[in-house]
Design a protein around this ligand. Structure first.
Ligand SMILES: [Zn+2]
Length: 350
């Protein structure tokens, strides 16, 4: 099928084939509904995208990564990402100018905490150039420039509204469009001392490729800060999260451990730093990961044994609770609204 490929080996450690998380390894994606639901408006073919709604998760028997084996190609994903923010019925607080004060304040508060954490741990020492990937409205780059005295601050961001805000309100000329999930450097500068990366690896179509792209952009002695990566073993404890299904963006359901294994396999030394608070949800407090990564690591990853089982169990528990509550109403109603046969997507496999 066009726009879809199958990962037959683990996208982290290359081991395969993975084990299907049956019978509950199933997801429902409503962000995809929104895109696939109106091909006339968004230029996408709902039949092409329907199989993406019926994806099983699998687990790697070597590194215990849970992942989506079936996923969009980079081309289809690019289209998906670029359309996503224009097809949600209720206007998002960050998709139009002027940006809501609350949105800017919230993102700014996080950026301030993040940068303070990095400063306190000496990460900013002797750093001159920074690339901030997914910089939102530009608060992070602005703080690095105005309060930490860095003159070479670059940003990448998905949303045109945020890019305009960064440029027009903060005068950050060096903020460009990020075309996720492909990582591209649009700046003439080829190398950076520090790259800050907001949840790049869980979202990556091909996480190995992202790790290599980022490493290539580092100066000698440079570092990458991977933050807001999620520990899904924590997230899966809460069935209140993702009431409409696992976020389509999360192709790898990393845990603290499986992310570390992945990063060590990519040749990074991995230093955990405390993660700044994100939002108000207590249940999310322990789910965020911040790793400081330096190329040239020599650690041999420790593959798990007994830890695999609790994660698998929490995954199954989460999915069956989630499915009981929302899948039937939500998916059936989507298909009914469209007048399509429910057999196309996830509804038939109940
Ligand atoms: Zn693996």
């Amino acid at each position: 099928m066009k726009g879809l490929i199958e990962f037959e080996i683990c996208p982290s450690c290359g081991h395969g084939p993975p084990v299907r998380l049956a019978p509950a390894g199933h997801r429902v994606d409503t962000t995809l509904d929104l895109i696939a639901g109106d091909p006339g408006m968004f230029g996408l073919d709902s039949i092409e995208f329907a199989p993406l709604m019926d994806i099983d998760f699998v687990i790697c028997s070597r590194c215990a990564l849970i992942f989506m084996p079936r996923r969009s190609t980079p081309e289809a994903a690019k289209q998906y990402y670029s359309q996503l923010f224009h097809c949600i019925e209720t206007p998002l607080p960050f998709d139009e100018l002027p940006l809501s004060e609350r949105f800017v304040r919230r993102k700014g508060a996080f950026a301030r905490d993040l940068i303070r954490t990095l400063h306190d741990h000496g990460v900013l020492a002797s750093v001159e150039s920074v690339l901030y990937v997914r910089c939102n409205a530009g608060e992070g780059p602005r703080l690095l420039r105005d309060e930490y005295g860095l003159s070479e601050v670059y940003g990448l961001e998905l949303l045109p509204s945020c890019i305009r805000h960064a440029r027009e309100v903060y005068g950050l000329e060096q903020v460009e469009r990020l075309f996720a999930p492909e990582f591209d450097n649009p700046f003439p500068r080829r190398h950076f001392d520090l790259i800050l990366c907001d949840e790049a690896f869980a979202h990556a179509h091909d996480p190995v490729r992202i790790a290599r792209s980022l490493t290539r952009l580092l100066n000698d002695g440079g570092a990458i800060v991977a933050f807001k990566e999620k520990d899904h073993s924590q997230i899966l404890k809460s069935t209140r999260l993702f009431p409409y299904g696992m976020n389509f963006f999360h192709k790898q359901l990393f845990t603290r451990r499986s992310l570390r294994i992945f990063l060590e396999l990519q040749g990074f030394s991995v230093e955990p730093l405390p993660h700044p608070a994100v939002g108000k949800r207590e249940s999310l407090k322990n789910s965020k990961i911040l790793y400081l990564l330096r190329p040239g690591g020599t650690a041999k990853p420790e593959f798990p044994s007994a830890e695999v089982e609790p994660l698998t169990l929490s995954f199954r528990r989460w999915l069956s609770a989630h499915q009981r509550r929302s899948r039937r109403q939500r998916v059936l109603s989507v298909f009914r609204t469209r007048g399509a046969e429910p057999g196309i997507g996830g509804a038939a496999r109940r």
